[in-house]
Design a protein around this ligand. Structure first.
Ligand SMILES: C[S@@+](CC[C@H](N)C(=O)[O-])C[C@H]1O[C@@H](n2cnc3c(N)ncnc32)[C@H](O)[C@@H]1O
Length: 337
């Protein structure tokens, strides 16, 4: 059935203004608005004073954030935070402000090049910033830590891995390109018999070590190893974790890094891959959004299940099972072919 013209026009407007909502959320985080509200400053005048902002502009931002379900209240009654707004407080245990910052700054600029990238291929980040995301993380002071904090904010699907895979029979686990160490930390905290290794590029290791010391403890239960997964990965663990890594690379690079894991994997070992799987029916939109986002951010991609199967097979591995996790993410368990 044809869509009514007004409804179709409304849909176009909703899509166009979606990016304004994201940037309004970013503005709120950039001026620490959720923290000021949580500290008890609820009137526009005192909020403008605390955040060093223009009162009229702030009033309009607060009105919009309220309509978006981030704030509660009104100009007359004062403003509060909804459950969504609470997630943007710096001190919230699952704080997402760092993710909002990265997406509102570096990635927002990268998306500005989307039409160029669709015409020519390549990465939006390189178009906009003049260097790749990986070079940016390596070369710009503080960029790596900001990225790791942002990755943590989107990690609500990590605990689901514990239900989908039995770590009880494992003694050693390696988190390949483990980022901030959050996934390894979740696994080690749930399974005290496990020893963990976090493998990352050397300049990313300090943030991971700090996080693991804080959450797991500095008692020899884990080690960090700096290196390049395109050369080799630590040998002989019962379980290898590979979370949101294949997404950054083309098929050839994926096969290379997977072959290195295959070479390190004992016969009974398992590889646990966390990625979004594209459903070509279009039933789930997050993997499709992230697929284009990865082109903008790292020149990478999400894959269909056949796409993952194909790179695994080329590396001498086989896909054993697939499990759904939160936020339309999947756990793919692979073994030696
Ligand atoms: C998208 S992040 C995922 C981090 C983490 N696994 C997670 O899910 O939060 C990709 C990670 O790959 C790491 N990485 C990129 N190239 C690498 C290389 N050649 N060797 C080791 N790690 C690398 C990056 O430093 C980054 O932390």
């Amino acid at each position: 059935m044809a869509t009514e013209p007004a409804a179709a026009a409304r849909r176009v407007i909703d899509i166009i203004t979606g990016t304004w909502q994201a940037q309004a959320l970013y503005a709120a985080v950039a001026i620490s608005l959720p923290d000021h509200i949580a500290a008890g400053h609820t009137g526009t005048a005192e909020l403008a004073d605390r955040s060093g902002t223009d009162r009229d502009a702030l009033t309009r931002l607060l009105r919009l954030l309220t309509a978006m379900g981030v704030c509660t209240g009104s100009e007359e009654a004062g403003y509060g935070l909804t459950e969504v707004g609470e997630l943007l407080r710096g001190e919230h245990p699952h704080a997402m402000g760092d993710m909002v910052r990265l997406y509102g700054e570096e990635f927002h600029r990268a998306w500005g090049s989307v039409a160029d990238v669709v015409r020519t291929g390549g990465s939006g980040f390189e178009h906009a910033h003049g260097r790749s995301l990986h070079e940016h993380l390596r070369d710009v002071p503080g960029a790596g830590a900001k990225f790791q904090r942002a990755m943590n904010a989107g990690n609500v699907f990590f605990p689901g891995v514990l239900d989908a895979f039995d770590f009880g029979r494992c003694r050693r686990v390696v988190d390949v390109a483990g980022g901030s160490g959050m996934l390894l930390s979740v696994v080690l905290q749930a399974h005290p018999q496990l020893h963990g290794t976090l493998f990352e590029r050397p300049f990313m290791v300090p943030v991971a070590r700090e996080y693991l010391d804080k959450t797991v403890g500095d008692d020899g239960r884990y080690e960090t190893v700096g290196g390049d997964l395109f050369e080799r990965v630590p040998q002989g663990a019962d379980a290898y974790l590979l979370s949101r890594v294949l997404q950054d690379w083309d098929d050839e690079r994926c096969v290379r890094l997977l072959a290195n894991i295959r070479a390190a994997l004992p016969p009974e070992g398992r590889l646990l891959i966390l990625e979004r799987v594209i459903d070509t029916s279009g039933a789930t939109i997050l993997p499709l959004l992230w697929d284009l986002h990865l082109l903008m951010a790292a020149g990478g991609r999400e894959r269909t299940l056949d796409g993952y199967r194909s790179v695994l097979t080329a590396a001498g591995l086989r896909l054993e099972s697939v499990h759904s996790l939160a936020l339309e993410t999947s756990l793919l368990i692979a073994a030696r072919a």
